[in-house]
Design a binder for this molecule. Structure first.
Ligand code: DAH
Length: 342
């Protein structure tokens, strides 16, 4: 074989080796070129038959082919092992030396965190979670909750009505009715969820906000149980220093009724912008379930009594995190949200 031919065979051999798909093909190629019956020994034998003047060049070319084939086999074997260890990188010819792309970590929305924490605290007191629909009927949102037909909260100025007469619930209280209809006493539930009111948005009002409703009905439940539960909740939620006060109020579905204030966590009760300089912030409405509500669900008011409450989630989030404008919860500004990443 002449020197040029040997060069051609070398080029073909290297191409074959580089294209080998696996180690077994490489073994076959090693045999084909370097093996006892392979090309290289055959070339060496042929050299003797060449005219003396062609021998030195052909000999050098044959040697070069041998070394090149050995190197190519080793290199391809290394590549295949690498591809087996990092399959994705091999596919994308990944450059490990490039710096990574930081995509940021998502975080819980502060409203979701407060709901989760509140549910966990009540869970520890034996409450389970109940839910109801956001689109409600007048019956569940008002009638069954002992709300008179001419009550101002029913006004279309305050409540979003759908064209079919249903409405977006203005409070989580209808979940009480749905739960009691479906379960005999005793009941001990909390119901977190969205509420809707036709309010003009400002720093303390939003047309969409969240409440967590609570209901405990059993024999002999009293206002003292309500106060103890809410005081315990407030300390777990806000910290041991928080104080709780009840102010007499009126709700159609409770008698007696109270509004519940927590001392302002943001200023420790000294007075600040968030608590409008009063040191207190209204967190909940509450009271003893009205006998008319029990009548609507078929509970016997002579046998059972209960307390109920509805707390504002945003209110708690505002004093807990020192936020003085409720609108930031819904704008989804990443600069606000990323402060809650853990
Ligand atoms: N539903 C009332 C509101 O949205 C809050 C409330 C008051 C809930 C008294 C209750 C309750 O369960 O007993 O203003």
């Amino acid at each position: 074989m002449k020197a040029v031919e040997i060069e051609q065979r070398q080029a073909a051999a290297l191409e074959e080796i580089r294209a080998a798909a696996d180690e077994r093909s490489l073994d076959a190629l090693r045999a084909k070129y370097l093996g006892r019956k392979g090309l290289v020994p055959a070339l060496m034998k042929e050299l003797k038959a060449l005219p003396p003047e062609e021998r030195p060049l052909a000999g050098r070319k044959a040697n070069e082919l041998k070394v090149a084939v050995q190197q190519a086999l080793t290199e391809r074997r290394r590549e295949l092992a690498e591809a087996r260890a990092h399959p994705a990188a091999a596919a994308a010819s990944f450059d490990y030396s490039l710096p990574g792309v930081w995509r940021g970590t998502g975080s819980r929305h502060p409203i979701s965190s407060i709901i989760e924490r509140a549910v966990e605290i009540f869970h520890g007191l034996g409450f389970t979670v109940a839910e109801g629909p956001d689109i409600e009927t007048e019956y569940y949102n008002f009638d069954a909750l002992n709300t008179p037909p001419d009550h101002p909260s029913r006004d279309p100025q305050d409540t979003f009505y759908l064209s079919d007469g249903r409405l977006l619930r203005t409070q989580t209280s209808p979940v009480q009715i749905r739960y009691m209809e479906a379960h005999p006493p005793p009941v001990r539930i909390v119901a977190p969820g969205r509420c809707y009111r036709r309010d003009t948005p400002d720093a303390t009002h939003s047309a969409n906000f969240h409440q967590i409703e609570g209901l405990y009905v059993a024999r002999g439940v009293s206002m003292a149980d309500l106060k103890g539960t809410l005081a315990y909740f407030a300390r777990r939620m806000m910290g041991p220093g928080v104080r709780v006060r009840f102010r007499p109020h009126f709700f159609p579905f409770t008698e007696p009724s109270v509004e519940v204030d927590f001392s302002c966590h943001a200023c420790g009760g000294k007075g600040c912008r968030i608590c409008k300089h009063s040191g207190w912030i209204e967190i909940a409405g509450a009271g003893m379930v009205d006998p008319n509500v029990f009548a609507a669900v078929g509970y016997d008011p002579d046998e059972y009594s209960g307390y109920a409450f509805g707390m504002g989630i945003e209110r708690m989030a505002m004093i807990l995190y020192g936020i003085n404008d409720i609108r930031v919860f819904y704008e989804n500004d990443i600069r606000f949200l990323e402060q809650f990443a853990q």
